[in-house]
Design a protein around this ligand. Structure first.
Ligand code: ZN
Length: 247
């Protein structure tokens, strides 16, 4: 192909990609309207009845911390960011305030510039700063996006954790799990889990907070789904349709 041909092919590919994303998002909005119509109204978190919520979307890992790595080299940090970006776009399109903890492939340990040298402290400061970013919002709901991996390839399905510090977190998690089962993974019978101290942010945060392990990179079928743009859009919509009921 000559340069001009390659260029116009690239332009066509770009336009088709953008159109696909727009179509998926429009379908999503229709889907959300349907979901809103069918779902009984949830009680709003007590602290948020008069104040506007900000959804803080935290794509786990980044930079030198890839998170889980699939057998084919797919990195958790990249999938986390892809899904977080979609949830963010849906929030903004639907008039919900949203904030991403990261939009780049980077850790956040030096976000506030606390130390001269972060050697040996990167992970600690990264998590502390994600928590601080979330809590610096007046009325946040924290949404952590992660992927799972296990030594056995047989396990699949989203797993949702919630912060035990606020009752709204459990409500949000059970609503989210129900929607995942109903719209995305009909055979997923995983129970939501209250986070212990092993999940730093959920353990410390005072605001409503959930963390979604979207799927297992160790399961071949689920990995193929998570690498598929349309599946990720459906996953993001399912997550968003749950969170938006609290906003
Ligand atoms: Zn993770």
């Amino acid at each position: 192909m000559n340069n001009k041909g390659a260029l116009s092919y690239a332009v066509r590919f770009f336009i088709i990609s953008i159109l696909s994303v727009i179509i998926v998002l429009l379908l999503g909005i229709a889907f959300i309207k349907l979901v809103e119509h069918r779902s009984p109204a949830l009680p709003l978190p007590t602290s948020t009845q008069n104040d506007k919520i900000t959804l803080v979307i935290d794509a786990g890992h980044g930079g030198e911390d890839a998170g889980a790595v699939a057998a084919d080299g797919t990195l958790e940090k990249d999938l986390n960011l892809e899904i977080a970006n979609l949830v963010y776009a849906l929030s903004i399109l639907n008039g919900i305030d949203a904030k991403m903890t990261r939009t780049e492939d980077t850790l956040l340990y030096d976000y506030y510039g606390d130390l001269e040298d972060y050697t040996g402290q990167k992970k600690v400061y990264d998590l502390k700063n994600r928590l601080k970013i979330a809590e610096s919002e007046e009325n946040p709901i924290y949404l952590g996006i992660h992927m799972n991996k296990f030594s056995s390839a047989k396990y699949s399905g989203a797993q949702i954790y919630y912060s035990k510090n606020t009752k709204e977190s459990e409500l949000l998690a059970s609503n989210l799990a129900a929607k995942v089962k109903r719209y995305l993974q009909p055979t997923n019978n995983r129970q939501i889990k209250g986070a212990d101290s092993s999940i730093f942010i959920l353990n410390k945060i005072e605001a409503p907070a959930v963390l979604v392990e979207c799927g297992f990179l160790s399961n071949e079928n689920e990995l193929a789904c998570l690498k598929d743009e349309e599946y990720r859009a459906r996953l993001a919509l399912t997550i968003f349709s749950s969170v938006c009921e609290f906003a």
